[in-house]
Design a protein. Sequence first.
Length: 115
Amino acid sequence: MQKAEKKENLGVENPVLEETVELKVLPPHLKYSFLKGDAKKPMILSSSLTIEEERRLIEVLKLNQRAIGWQLSDLKGISPTYCMHRIHMEADFKPVAQPQRRLNSTMKEVVKKEV
């Protein structure tokens, strides 16, 4: 039991996650649960899980929470610069809004379905 407690204490608390996270409205088949109390480290679970299944899932996730990337800085061994991109522009460049492109009627239908 002491080893499990020791493992949890090795994780460095992130000051950004100490604040309450703003949660979005979920569809009825999903619900929020938290690895820590008072709305810290949110996760989305299926509403169809039984109480026992939910408890066991949360227990497994608590034991392995160091493997979960809550932020880019939590992903060990992966450079944050690899996950981000920049658009390099010249200093005197002014952005211009381009005109909307025309699509043929079949492509319009495909786009409408995707959107």
